[in-house]
Write a protein that binds this ligand. Structure first.
Ligand code: ZN
Length: 456
């Protein structure tokens, strides 16, 4: 009988083939006309998990179903709760894809398709690892529960409500969240922190109607100029947020964790040139770029709809202007509190003659995880074995909203990791999954189950 490791090695082609079936389903959760396709992806995942020997339940939510699966035949052993999502981002702009987003294609050792890395290619490794154990042993080395959602890219309300109402069913000893990535190609990583987010819109209203700037310029307030004043009042030229109380709860990283970041193979010049492509990196002085992206909160403006944006000129003083703004938060900032502070400061900054409407959404709570958690130690060893290279500790500037619920609501020691490369183009055209990483990922989950189960 082969080992689970050997079984996975012997089934590379089959795993890739099956993953391609899932990647062909355009499960774009945010688009109402893709509701059926999104349901089809849920059914595919459910059917697949059933076929490998798990007990499966498709749980309806207000929008896209959750897939819950379990295999609890390791009495006395710990339980791992695995997480992934089967929904994907819209593929636009389509003309920038070298091959169509829902026709998975292999080029240069990578599989190109929407969802290849985020997150179908990652959630699939949970199933493949379960299967490798069950095909080679009579039982799993741990009890395994999987919760796979279909709204990660469009709100995630379904899983949030389920976790809060049905925490008992998801009870476990550790969670394994596969929605992150490696630090660099071939350098596996455990993600110890995620930033949270508050996003929203600030709408400034000036005159009662759009006005002629020749007739009224000089007396009518301009909402775009007002917005510019508000925005510079929110963040200074050095990148420091000027909202009173904003930094009060920020916890700096542990010196050992920060020292680890300084040792990472991070090439600032290459990062500037290849990833950012601007004239210089910006941000708060006194913090390294990794620290600014991982352990410092920030504020960005995403768009300013309003006024005249057609070709040519129209000398109008618009009556309204909007700025879409978000803040990335770090532990222990509280999204609801930050939203209140933001609201109050925007009002205080609003110039005379204008009024403001502030709408905010509390997207996600920031999280940090201790590197000393036994589950994190087990994951670091499992990743190192699978990739043949020491796993490093990183953080991620983005958010995975459900992680805060796993940690706070379910009280689970949570391992956040994944196999995506930094240039996987998640959310962009030509999303890809490095196939070597995919197979290392399967091996890493196999080993993680063994280590948590005490079998290794
Ligand atoms: Zn994702």
């Amino acid at each position: 009988m082969p080992t689970p490791f050997e079984f996975a090695q012997a089934h590379h082609a089959q795993f890739e083939h099956e993953l391609c079936d899932l990647l062909r389903i355009p499960s774009i959760s945010t688009l109402p006309d893709h509701r059926d396709a999104t349901k089809r992806a849920a059914d595919w995942v459910a059917h697949h998990l059933k076929s490998i020997g798990m007990t499966v339940d498709v749980i309806p939510t207000k929008r896209h179903p959750l897939v819950y699966a379990e295999r609890l035949d390791a009495p006395g052993r710990p339980t791992v709760l695995g997480y992934g999502h089967y929904d994907v981002q819209p593929p636009d702009p389509l003309d920038l894809w070298e091959t169509p987003p829902f026709e998975p294609t292999v080029r240069n050792g990578a599989l190109y398709a929407r969802g290849a890395s985020d997150d179908k290619g990652q959630l699939f490794t949970l199933a493949a690892a379960v299967r490798a154990h069950l095909e080679t042993k009579t039982a799993l080395p741990v009890n395994v529960k999987l919760i796979i959602e279909g709204e990660e890219e469009s709100g995630g309300e379904g899983i949030e409500a389920y976790v809060r109402a049905h925490g008992d069913r998801l009870r476990a000893d550790a969670a394994l969240v596969l929605d992150s990535g490696v630090f660099a190609p071939g350098v596996p990583a455990v993600t110890l922190g995620l930033r949270g987010i508050v996003s929203g819109e600030v709408e400034v209203i000036g005159a009662a109607r759009d006005l002629h700037s020749g007739i009224y310029g000089g007396v009518a307030p301009n909402p775009f100029v007002a917005l510019a004043e508000i925005i510079t009042g929110l963040k200074d030229a050095e990148g420091r947020i000027r909202i009173p109380g904003f930094y009060d709860r920020v916890v700096p990283p542990d010196p050992a964790e920060k020292a680890g970041w300084d040792r990472l193979p991070f090439d600032e010049a290459a990062f500037l040139r290849d990833e950012v492509g601007s004239a210089a990196l910006v941000g708060e002085p006194g913090y390294s770029p990794l620290e600014r992206m991982w352990a410092r909160p920030t504020l960005d403006v995403h768009g300013m709809p309003g006024g005249f944006i057609g070709a040519g000129s129209k000398t109008v003083i618009p009556s309204r202007a909007t700025a879409k703004i978000s803040m990335r938060l770090v532990a222990n900032q509280n999204p609801a509190e930050i939203a209140r502070l933001f609201d109050a400061h925007v009002r205080a900054l609003t110039p005379r003659g204008t009024r403001v409407e502030v709408r905010t959404r509390h997207g996600a709570t920031p999280v940090v995880v201790s590197p000393a958690l036994p589950a994190v130690v087990a994951a670091q060893r499992a990743l190192s074995e699978a990739f043949g290279r020491d796993a490093v500790f990183i953080r991620m500037g983005g958010s995975v909203p459900i992680v805060a619920d796993f940690i706070e609501t379910l009280g689970l020691p949570t391992v956040i990791t994944g196999w995506a490369v930094p240039d996987a183009n998640a959310h962009s055209p030509n999303e890809k999954l490095d196939l070597a990483h995919f197979h290392h990922g399967i091996q890493a989950v196999i080993r993680f189950f063994e280590r948590i189960g005490g079998a290794a």
